[in-house]
Design a protein around this ligand. Structure first.
Ligand code: MF3
Ligand code: CO
Ligand code: CO
Length: 270
């Protein structure tokens, strides 16, 4: 069978996977989450984002897995590392982290053809108070979005839950990037918006696999992409945070594929 031809497609082009396929997603998600657990102790002031990426690249190889991002549309790294006002797709490099920097590390691995995509926030040194609130709200917005995942709800219900919560905290939701279907491919329909109106969009069905990955800014939601064609930053230079899980819709709710084996998804800052 063609790798991408499992299950069936909905009218909206969203693949419906079989019950057996959840196991593959759990294996891929668990490895991605474990690597994010491991990397926590490698984040400190003076450390470079390139060194963090090198560590992850080596570990993916050790595990006999594949990085989904190396070679993806010309991207050369095993992670995206987005520091402070970088919203997403930060490129690892020689720049040293400074005390109080906050960063998102985003990993996607392929295990036996299944994709596991997850990201979390970290801090180098001491966490500034305003960053702590941003990170907490962003984390909670993801979990509130996940609570809206069950058959019969719509993708608009997920976006609406996230947006209402974030804006109620006087922060903003980035519109320019979204979550995505995944499974035997990295990015597939639908676009999973982190804002929107309840009851709109495709209806969730058992067997859909997708990411939810809200980006939240302390200031305005607008972003721009730098001349490297990857790095997205807030236009107003305000701090930005993001968390991402890969999930599957079950008969009565949701399974999270990228739960932290060590229970460290939610950052506990020393
Ligand atoms: N992992 C990112 C996502 O959540 C995609 C990164 S693509 C890359 O969808 F090429 F920038 F790595
Ligand atoms: Co993603
Ligand atoms: Co990701």
């Amino acid at each position: 069978m063609d790798e991408d031809a499992r299950g069936r497609l909905t009218r909206d082009g969203i693949r419906i996977y079989d019950r057996d396929d959840f196991a593959g997603m759990h294996r891929a998600g668990a490895l991605a989450a474990q690597l994010l657990d491991e990397v926590a102790e490698r984040v400190w002031p003076g450390q470079t984002t390139g060194a963090i990426d090198d560590y992850i690249r080596g570990r993916i190889t050790d595990e006999g897995a594949t990085s989904a991002t190396i070679g993806y549309k010309g991207y050369q790294h095993a992670t995206c590392i987005s520091v402070n006002h970088v919203v997403c797709h930060g490129i690892p490099g020689d720049k040293k982290l400074k005390d109080g920097d906050i960063l998102n590390i985003d990993i996607t691995v392929i295990v036996d053809g299944w994709y596991g995509d997850t990201s979390r926030m970290y801090v180098a040194g001491k966490l500034p108070r305003r960053a702590e609130r941003l990170i907490q709200v962003t984390h909670d917005s993801l979990m509130i979005g996940i609570e809206a995942v069950k058959p019969g709800n719509t993708f608009g219900d997920i976006g609406n839950a996230i947006q209402s919560y974030v804006e109620g905290q006087r922060m903003s939701v980035v519109r320019d990037f979204c979550g995505h279907g995944l499974g035997r491919v990295f990015h597939a329909p639908p676009n999973v918006l982190h804002y929107g109106r309840a009851g709109t969009g495709p209806v969730l069905e058992e067997g859909m696999f997708f990411t939810i990955e809200p980006m939240v800014n302390l200031g305005r939601p607008e972003t721009k992409v730098l001349a490297d064609d990857w790095t997205a930053v807030t236009r107003d230079k305000s701090l930005s945070a993001q968390f991402e899980h890969s999930v599957g819709v079950t008969g009565d709710g949701v399974e999270i594929f990228t739960l932290s084996p060590a229970g460290r998804f939610h950052p506990t800052y020393g």
